[in-house]
Design a protein around this ligand. Structure first.
Ligand SMILES: NC(=O)c1ccc[n+]([C@@H]2O[C@H](COP(=O)([O-])OP(=O)(O)OC[C@H]3O[C@@H](n4cnc5c(N)ncnc54)[C@H](O)[C@@H]3O)[C@@H](O)[C@H]2O)c1
Length: 269
């Protein structure tokens, strides 16, 4: 993956998929701005990259806060001389905020928060990264959508609505930024084992049943890993994908390719 020397800004990269992407992109020689609201985790990731000989700094940023987003992009450009890749990874699910997940019980503030982080946050980061991305010869924005951008799931109303929005945001920005030579893509993961999935499982009435429904619908009969997704992000960031623009790339172990469960195919999960 030819991403050596590119500057990545990765939101929410203190944990999970963002952390996996920060580690892998640094391994491929990219310069990484780790950013998160969880300072201890973000500092840990940046330090771990530096200890392995990579280039990384940490900056606190809540993507739903316009001032912090503007400061993040200024900081990234001042530190590494520009921004090439914006990875809009930061995201939350309503199950991490509380267990009132039905249409009737969920407070409006929870719905608003999920939209503010997942959708408005991605838009804000793109807006404030744009002046720097315009100056890059290999600029792209990579958004984190989801299989729930496309398909329905139980207890995911706010999350699914936000991720559907992220998928369309991707296409609209790809059109608007094409003349600036900035590619905009998103990817749609199936179930990847991170804190987010753990809290979704904890909030479920029958966690075992939900876990089974996640893995049993994958044609590759396991959960995804942050590194699985990180490899795709690095590809989408690299010049190897230079004719890929405006896509919503499924990375779901094949779950949306069919209607069935793995035991029908005689596979163990
Ligand atoms: N794990 C999955 O199965 C899965 C599937 C589809 C999509 N995704 C998406 O991938 C992205 C990463 O998810 P993950 O599974 O690694 O989750 P995670 O909870 O492990 O990590 C998310 C990170 O985002 C940070 N964060 C939360 N709110 C923030 C904010 N306002 N500003 C900045 N950072 C914030 C958290 O502190 C955390 O470090 C999310 O956008 C998520 O929706 C995950």
């Amino acid at each position: 993956m030819n991403i050596e020397g590119l500057c990545f800004v990765i939101t929410g990269s203190g944990n999970g998929i963002g952390e996996g992407t920060a580690m892998l992109a640094a391994q491929y020689g990219a310069k990484i701005v780790v950013s998160d609201t969880d300072d201890a985790s973000g500092e840990r990731v940046a330090k771990s990259i530096r200890e392995r000989g990579g280039k990384a700094v940490y900056q606190h940023c809540d993507v739903s806060d316009e001032r912090q987003v503007a400061e993040l992009m200024d900081f990234a450009s001042t530190t590494f001389g520009g921004i090439d890749i914006l990875h809009n990874n930061a995201g939350i699910h309503e199950s991490a905020i509380g267990n009132q997940l039905s249409l009737e019980s969920m407070p409006t503030s929870v719905f608003d928060k999920v939209i503010a982080v997942n959708l408005t946050g991605s838009w804000l980061c793109a807006k404030y990264a744009l002046p720097y991305l315009r100056k890059s010869a290999n600029a792209s924005i990579i958004n984190s959508a989801s299989v729930s951008s496309i398909s329905g799931y139980q207890n995911c109303v706010a999350y699914g609505a936000s991720k559907g929005g992220v998928m369309q945001l991707t296409k609209m920005l790809a059109v608007d930024l094409a003349a600036d030579n900035i590619r905009v893509n998103c990817y749609c993961p199936g179930s990847v084992r991170t804190q987010m999935v753990d809290s979704y499982l904890q909030a479920a009435e029958d966690p075992e049943l939900v876990l089974n429904s996640m893995t049993k619908t994958h044609l590759i009969p396991r959960m995804g890993t942050p590194n699985d997704v990180a490899e795709l992000v690095c590809f989408l960031a690299s010049p190897q994908s230079k004719f890929v623009n405006g896509v919503a790339w499924l990375i779901d172990g094949g779950s949306l390719a069919w209607r069935g469960t793995a035991d029908q195919l005689g596979m163990e999960t």
